[in-house]
Design a protein around this ligand. Sequence first.
Ligand code: GTP
Ligand code: MG
Length: 199
Amino acid sequence: MVIRSVDLPYVCGVKSTLPRTGKPEFVLAGRSNVGKSSFINTLLQRKSFARTSSTPGKTRTINFYSVNDSFYLVDLPGYGYAATGPVEQEKWDRMIRRYLEQGEDIEEVVLLLDCRRIPGEKDLQMFQWICSATGYEPIVIITKMDKLKRSQQQQAVKDIRKALSASPECVMIPFSATSKAGREECLDLIEKILLTKED
Ligand SMILES: Nc1nc2c(ncn2[C@@H]2O[C@H](COP(=O)(O)OP(=O)(O)OP(=O)(O)O)[C@@H](O)[C@H]2O)c(=O)[nH]1
Ligand SMILES: [Mg+2]
Protein backbone atom coordinates (compact mmCIF):
# COMPACT_ATOMS: atom_id res chain seq x y z
CA MET A 1 0.00 0.00 0.00
CA VAL A 2 1.23 3.47 -0.85
CA ILE A 3 0.46 6.20 1.69
CA ARG A 4 -0.86 9.07 -0.37
CA SER A 5 -2.46 11.25 2.27
CA VAL A 6 -2.79 11.51 6.03
CA ASP A 7 -4.91 13.78 8.15
CA LEU A 8 -6.03 14.08 11.79
CA PRO A 9 -9.64 15.22 11.59
CA TYR A 10 -10.86 14.09 15.04
CA VAL A 11 -9.23 14.39 18.45
CA CYS A 12 -11.45 13.31 21.34
CA GLY A 13 -11.12 14.11 25.01
CA VAL A 14 -12.56 12.03 27.78
CA LYS A 15 -15.94 13.73 27.53
CA SER A 16 -16.14 14.08 23.74
CA THR A 17 -18.82 12.52 21.64
CA LEU A 18 -17.09 10.01 19.42
CA PRO A 19 -17.31 10.68 15.68
CA ARG A 20 -18.99 8.45 13.12
CA THR A 21 -16.22 8.36 10.54
CA GLY A 22 -18.07 6.02 8.18
CA LYS A 23 -14.75 4.37 7.25
CA PRO A 24 -13.09 1.23 8.63
CA GLU A 25 -11.21 1.99 11.84
CA PHE A 26 -8.12 0.08 13.01
CA VAL A 27 -7.75 0.79 16.71
CA LEU A 28 -4.43 0.57 18.52
CA ALA A 29 -4.57 -0.55 22.14
CA GLY A 30 -1.71 -1.23 24.52
CA ARG A 31 0.09 -0.16 27.67
CA SER A 32 1.54 3.30 27.93
CA ASN A 33 4.94 3.47 26.25
CA VAL A 34 4.53 0.26 24.24
CA GLY A 35 4.90 2.19 20.97
CA LYS A 36 1.38 2.84 19.65
CA SER A 37 2.07 6.36 18.41
CA SER A 38 5.45 5.31 17.00
CA PHE A 39 3.69 2.46 15.15
CA ILE A 40 1.42 5.00 13.46
CA ASN A 41 4.34 7.23 12.48
CA THR A 42 6.21 4.27 11.01
CA LEU A 43 3.24 3.09 8.99
CA LEU A 44 2.58 6.60 7.72
CA GLN A 45 6.29 7.39 7.17
CA ARG A 46 5.96 10.56 9.23
CA LYS A 47 8.59 11.23 11.86
CA SER A 48 6.38 12.79 14.49
CA PHE A 49 2.88 13.17 13.15
CA ALA A 50 1.66 11.22 16.16
CA ARG A 51 3.38 12.66 19.24
CA THR A 52 5.63 10.19 21.07
CA SER A 53 7.67 10.32 24.26
CA SER A 54 10.00 8.18 26.31
CA THR A 55 7.81 9.07 29.31
CA PRO A 56 4.62 7.01 29.51
CA GLY A 57 1.27 8.76 29.31
CA LYS A 58 2.00 10.88 26.23
CA THR A 59 -1.19 10.31 24.28
CA ARG A 60 -4.14 11.63 26.28
CA THR A 61 -6.83 11.83 23.66
CA ILE A 62 -8.34 9.44 21.15
CA ASN A 63 -6.84 10.48 17.83
CA PHE A 64 -8.38 9.46 14.53
CA TYR A 65 -5.79 9.47 11.73
CA SER A 66 -7.37 9.36 8.31
CA VAL A 67 -5.24 7.49 5.74
CA ASN A 68 -5.70 7.82 1.97
CA ASP A 69 -9.28 8.93 2.69
CA SER A 70 -10.08 5.23 2.94
CA PHE A 71 -9.51 4.09 6.52
CA TYR A 72 -8.52 5.30 9.99
CA LEU A 73 -5.74 4.41 12.40
CA VAL A 74 -6.99 5.27 15.87
CA ASP A 75 -4.41 6.06 18.55
CA LEU A 76 -5.60 5.48 22.12
CA PRO A 77 -4.11 6.62 25.42
CA GLY A 78 -2.21 3.74 26.97
CA TYR A 79 -3.54 1.75 29.89
CA GLY A 80 -1.62 0.85 33.01
CA TYR A 81 -0.29 4.27 33.72
CA ALA A 82 -1.69 6.01 36.75
CA ALA A 83 0.41 9.18 37.03
CA THR A 84 -2.71 11.14 36.16
CA GLY A 85 -4.27 9.57 39.25
CA PRO A 86 -6.63 6.64 39.64
CA VAL A 87 -9.77 8.74 39.12
CA GLU A 88 -8.57 10.14 35.81
CA GLN A 89 -7.30 6.70 34.76
CA GLU A 90 -10.68 5.16 35.52
CA LYS A 91 -12.44 7.80 33.38
CA TRP A 92 -10.18 6.94 30.48
CA ASP A 93 -10.55 3.22 30.91
CA ARG A 94 -14.30 3.74 30.73
CA MET A 95 -14.07 5.98 27.65
CA ILE A 96 -11.87 3.43 25.87
CA ARG A 97 -14.20 0.58 26.76
CA ARG A 98 -17.18 2.58 25.58
CA TYR A 99 -15.49 3.24 22.26
CA LEU A 100 -14.38 -0.38 21.82
CA GLU A 101 -17.85 -1.64 22.69
CA GLN A 102 -19.90 0.86 20.72
CA GLY A 103 -17.63 2.15 17.95
CA GLU A 104 -19.70 1.20 14.94
CA ASP A 105 -16.94 1.72 12.41
CA ILE A 106 -14.31 -0.38 14.18
CA GLU A 107 -12.91 -2.90 11.73
CA GLU A 108 -10.08 -4.39 13.79
CA VAL A 109 -8.65 -3.97 17.24
CA VAL A 110 -4.87 -4.20 17.29
CA LEU A 111 -3.11 -4.99 20.57
CA LEU A 112 0.51 -3.87 20.91
CA LEU A 113 2.84 -5.71 23.28
CA ASP A 114 6.50 -5.07 24.08
CA CYS A 115 8.73 -7.94 22.93
CA ARG A 116 10.78 -7.77 26.13
CA ARG A 117 7.91 -8.21 28.55
CA ILE A 118 5.78 -11.18 29.31
CA PRO A 119 2.24 -9.74 29.06
CA GLY A 120 1.13 -8.38 32.43
CA GLU A 121 -2.25 -8.62 34.08
CA LYS A 122 -3.59 -5.54 32.26
CA ASP A 123 -2.44 -6.94 28.90
CA LEU A 124 -4.08 -10.28 29.56
CA GLN A 125 -7.28 -8.56 30.67
CA MET A 126 -7.25 -6.41 27.53
CA PHE A 127 -6.66 -9.43 25.27
CA GLN A 128 -9.53 -11.31 26.90
CA TRP A 129 -11.73 -8.29 26.94
CA ILE A 130 -11.20 -7.64 23.20
CA CYS A 131 -11.97 -11.29 22.47
CA SER A 132 -15.28 -11.10 24.29
CA ALA A 133 -16.23 -7.59 23.12
CA THR A 134 -15.54 -8.25 19.41
CA GLY A 135 -15.85 -12.03 19.24
CA TYR A 136 -12.35 -12.23 17.70
CA GLU A 137 -8.78 -12.30 18.88
CA PRO A 138 -7.06 -8.98 18.19
CA ILE A 139 -4.18 -8.67 15.77
CA VAL A 140 -1.09 -8.59 18.00
CA ILE A 141 1.85 -6.33 17.15
CA ILE A 142 5.03 -7.16 19.03
CA THR A 143 6.93 -3.89 19.32
CA LYS A 144 10.56 -2.84 19.78
CA MET A 145 11.96 -5.99 18.18
CA ASP A 146 15.21 -4.10 17.50
CA LYS A 147 15.87 -4.38 21.25
CA LEU A 148 16.32 -8.14 20.96
CA LYS A 149 19.10 -10.12 19.36
CA ARG A 150 18.05 -12.02 16.29
CA SER A 151 18.48 -15.29 18.16
CA GLN A 152 15.97 -14.20 20.84
CA GLN A 153 13.28 -12.89 18.53
CA GLN A 154 11.41 -16.07 17.65
CA GLN A 155 11.32 -17.20 21.24
CA ALA A 156 9.89 -13.86 22.38
CA VAL A 157 6.97 -14.23 19.98
CA LYS A 158 6.39 -17.81 21.14
CA ASP A 159 6.46 -16.79 24.80
CA ILE A 160 3.93 -14.03 24.24
CA ARG A 161 1.60 -16.34 22.32
CA LYS A 162 1.77 -18.82 25.15
CA ALA A 163 1.24 -16.23 27.89
CA LEU A 164 -1.88 -14.94 26.10
CA SER A 165 -3.17 -18.51 25.48
CA ALA A 166 -3.75 -17.23 21.96
CA SER A 167 -4.89 -19.63 19.25
CA PRO A 168 -2.40 -20.73 16.55
CA GLU A 169 -4.42 -18.58 14.11
CA CYS A 170 -3.99 -15.39 16.14
CA VAL A 171 -1.96 -13.06 13.90
CA MET A 172 1.22 -11.80 15.58
CA ILE A 173 3.50 -9.42 13.72
CA PRO A 174 7.00 -8.64 15.03
CA PHE A 175 7.56 -4.93 14.55
CA SER A 176 10.17 -2.22 15.02
CA ALA A 177 9.68 1.50 14.59
CA THR A 178 13.46 1.80 14.55
CA SER A 179 14.31 -0.71 11.82
CA LYS A 180 10.84 -0.56 10.16
CA ALA A 181 10.68 -4.36 10.35
CA GLY A 182 7.08 -5.50 9.98
CA ARG A 183 5.90 -2.28 8.33
CA GLU A 184 5.13 -3.82 4.94
CA GLU A 185 3.46 -6.80 6.54
CA CYS A 186 1.14 -4.54 8.54
CA LEU A 187 0.22 -2.46 5.51
CA ASP A 188 -0.38 -5.59 3.43
CA LEU A 189 -2.65 -6.96 6.14
CA ILE A 190 -4.66 -3.73 6.33
CA GLU A 191 -4.97 -3.71 2.54
CA LYS A 192 -6.13 -7.33 2.53
CA ILE A 193 -8.75 -6.62 5.19
CA LEU A 194 -10.01 -3.58 3.27
CA LEU A 195 -10.23 -5.57 0.04
CA THR A 196 -12.13 -8.41 1.70
CA LYS A 197 -14.55 -5.84 3.05
CA GLU A 198 -15.23 -4.42 -0.42
CA ASP A 199 -16.16 -7.85 -1.84
N1 GTP B 1 13.93 1.00 20.21
C1 GTP B 1 12.67 1.24 19.94
N2 GTP B 1 12.00 2.20 20.63
C2 GTP B 1 10.71 2.40 20.33
C3 GTP B 1 10.02 1.65 19.34
N3 GTP B 1 8.72 2.07 19.29
C4 GTP B 1 8.63 3.06 20.21
N4 GTP B 1 9.80 3.26 20.83
C5 GTP B 1 10.07 4.25 21.90
O1 GTP B 1 9.23 3.98 23.00
C6 GTP B 1 8.78 5.19 23.61
C7 GTP B 1 7.26 5.22 23.66
O2 GTP B 1 6.75 5.29 22.35
P1 GTP B 1 5.29 5.88 22.03
O3 GTP B 1 5.04 5.59 20.59
O4 GTP B 1 5.18 7.27 22.50
O5 GTP B 1 4.39 4.92 22.95
P2 GTP B 1 2.81 4.94 23.17
O6 GTP B 1 2.35 3.54 23.26
O7 GTP B 1 2.15 5.80 22.15
O8 GTP B 1 2.71 5.61 24.64
P3 GTP B 1 1.47 6.42 25.31
O9 GTP B 1 1.06 7.50 24.37
O10 GTP B 1 2.05 6.93 26.58
O11 GTP B 1 0.39 5.43 25.57
C8 GTP B 1 9.41 6.32 22.80
O12 GTP B 1 10.58 6.74 23.44
C9 GTP B 1 9.71 5.66 21.47
O13 GTP B 1 10.80 6.28 20.78
C10 GTP B 1 10.76 0.64 18.63
O14 GTP B 1 10.25 -0.08 17.76
N5 GTP B 1 12.06 0.49 18.97
MG1 MG C 1 0.95 7.44 22.34
